[in-house]
Design a protein around this ligand. Structure first.
Ligand SMILES: Cc1cc2nc3c(=O)[nH]c(=O)nc-3n(C[C@H](O)[C@H](O)[C@H](O)COP(=O)(O)O)c2cc1C
Length: 327
């Protein structure tokens, strides 16, 4: 088995270690990506960006494809379903953004996205998938990866067929979150599907789903033979997870952040969010929901969450974070 600290090759790019921060709408912005990368992620995927909005010239969407100069291992995720539109969006990204890869969202289960045939619903039409990937590969010039579920429906578990279509069309890697669209986040992800996929594809396979601690990640590598592990919810409020995986692999005791570490990290995260925000004065509205997660496994979590969620400006939120657990 390859070591986690070795690199994952996606076409001409190498990403090391083989740990990827998942795309998460509302979370995976510049600040969070930079923090996760500093903490040991080998690559970070952006929140999903609408190909249609990009092609239509939306200024706001254009801002979202820009990365910070300090970022070096980013994959930009697009969602859509029209081959021409996705190809044109890929071309725009390759010209206007400094990202290393493009990713296609074939996993989003929400109705608003699926009703247009996008996200996980795109999997219902493998020939369209082929055209989308081919169009993005030929027009964008960047490596194109695909993130998918096990299928668009419980009666249509077609990840093997769809992955082969992606590979034939020139995709450079596949990420599999092995739940179907209707499961959303319920039940247990079928990691055996990741193992199956790894056996049939020649391009790298990235495993995803329910990696909540460092041991889970190592277990996923071992059970599935995947080329990299992608972590989503397990990194929210716990960016140490990337570091912990590498420490365990090296035979070291993984860091166990204490309250002071959690406070420092939450405040650092808050400061980075303001630094990279386009409208910093309003950031407290979003951050007061996510930053309490730093205290998720403490016995004052519920109490602290309630308090932090009432913060009425950035200064108050920062102060509450700074004094978490000490009131
Ligand atoms: C709040 C939230 C937002 C998400 N946004 C996206 C997204 O924009 N694109 C995507 O492909 N998946 C998205 N996902 C799915 C995750 O990338 C990931 O596949 C899923 O959470 C399973 O991995 P995990 O168990 O490590 O969290 C999102 C998940 C959550 C919880």
């Amino acid at each position: 088995m390859q070591k986690v600290s070795e690199s994952l090759s996606i076409n001409q790019h190498c990403f090391s270690p083989r740990l990827i921060a998942a795309p998460m709408a509302g979370y995976s912005n510049t600040a969070t990506r930079l923090l996760y990368r500093q903490m040991g992620a080998g690559m970070c995927v952006t929140e999903m960006v609408s190909a249609k909005s990009l092609v239509m010239g939306s200024r706001e969407t254009f801002e979202r494809i820009k990365t910070a100069s300090a970022e070096d291992s980013v994959s930009l995720q697009l969602f859509g379903g029209c081959p021409e539109e996705m190809g044109e969006a890929a071309r725009i990204v390759s010209q206007e953004s400094k990202v290393q890869c493009l990713d296609i969202n074939m996993g989003c289960p929400v109705k608003k996205v699926a009703k247009n045939g996008y996200g996980s619903q795109l999997m219902a039409d493998p020939s369209r998938v082929f055209s989308v990937v081919q169009s993005m590969v030929s027009r964008g010039g960047l490596p194109v990866t695909v993130k998918m579920r096990s299928g668009p429906d419980q009666d249509q578990i077609n990840f093997l067929e769809v992955s082969l279509a992606c590979q034939d069309a020139g995709a450079a890697a596949i990420t599999l979150h092995p739940r179907n669209r209707h499961q959303k986040f319920s039940g247990t992800p079928a990691w055996e599907y990741i193992h199956k996929l790894k056996q049939i594809l020649t391009i790298p396979v990235i495993g995803n789903g329910d990696v909540f601690c460092a041991q889970d990640a190592l277990y996923m590598f071992e059970k599935t033979g995947c080329d990299a592990v992608m972590i989503g919810r397990g990194a929210i409020g716990n960016p140490w997870i990337f570091q912990q995986i590498l420490e365990i692999e090296r035979g070291q005791n993984p860091i166990k952040p204490d309250l002071a570490d959690k406070v420092r990290m939450a405040v650092l995260h808050f400061d980075m969010e303001l630094e990279y925000s386009k409208r910093p004065e309003k950031e407290y509205l979003r951050l007061r929901k996510s930053l309490p997660e730093y205290f998720r496994d403490t016995n004052f979590y519920e109490q602290e969450k309630q308090k932090i969620q009432t913060a009425s400006d950035n200064q108050e939120l920062r102060n509450l974070l700074l004094h978490s657990g000490s009131w």
